[in-house]
Design a protein around this ligand. Structure first.
Ligand SMILES: Cc1cc2nc3c(=O)[nH]c(=O)nc-3n(C[C@H](O)[C@H](O)[C@H](O)COP(=O)(O)O)c2cc1C
Length: 196
């Protein structure tokens, strides 16, 4: 991947809709005004993609550098298909949507469009409600990249080994990565994992 793409500024968010959600960085404000438009790209393989298609509203909780970063692991490294992320994080419910409690705040959108691409669906939403809880520093994707090993907090029991994906921070626990292993999050090969 061309390194210049890392120079495009992205933030860190928890996207939620009814019955689930995931961690996202592919978010842009694409218009301003009273009801700005927001675009969020969700991988087709993610369970959240299916949920976003079934529902007409979604929320983005904005992660700050002081937010409890366990939400990145909870929402970004598990699937709502077989794991209840809401039971495993501190949320408050606003307009039937789960919002991360110690985030900087949230925006709630009505879904107005969904554009299919090869790997992702680009969902476009119109902001209908928003609230700033804390006027703190938002976390950038670059910050996450620079601090991911600390933010993810890898816990190893005696003799256990962990391999960390140098691209997205996903952790594989085990002595060796299988030969044909690919990161379940960002799909890169095993040679981009390093031993913790
Ligand atoms: C730092 C980080 C950024 C991510 N950004 C995105 C993103 O922009 N879009 C996306 O679809 N998935 C993104 N992911 C991956 C999903 O959060 C992840 O695959 C999640 O487990 C999907 O859960 P689900 O199956 O419940 O939808 C990101 C993960 C991490 C850790």
């Amino acid at each position: 991947m061309n390194k210049i793409l890392n120079k495009i500024s992205q933030g860190m968010y928890i996207l939620t809709t009814k019955n689930g959600g995931c961690c996202v960085d592919s978010v842009s404000q694409i218009s301003s005004g009273d009801n700005p438009l927001i675009a969020v790209a969700v991988m087709k393989g993610n369970y959240t993609n299916k949920l976003m298609k079934e529902n007409n509203t979604f929320a983005l909780s904005i992660i700050g550098t002081n937010t409890d970063t366990s939400v990145i692991k909870t929402y970004g490294m598990n699937s709502s298909k077989d794991y209840n992320k809401f039971e495993n994080s501190d949320t408050i419910v606003i307009d039937n949507l789960h919002i991360i409690k110690n985030s900087l705040g949230y925006i709630i959108c009505d879904k107005v469009n969904a554009i299919e691409n090869e790997t992702h669906t680009l969902f476009i939403g119109k902001v209908i409600k928003s609230e700033l809880y804390k006027d703190d520093e938002p976390m950038t994707y670059q910050y996450y990249q620079n601090h991911k090993e600390d933010l993810i907090n890898i816990e190893l029991s005696n003799g256990e080994k962990a391999w960390i994906c140098t691209i997205c921070g996903y952790i594989y626990y085990g002595d060796n990565l299988p030969d044909d292993y690919k990161c379940p999050i960002c799909k890169v090969d095993k040679n981009l994992f390093k031993l913790k």
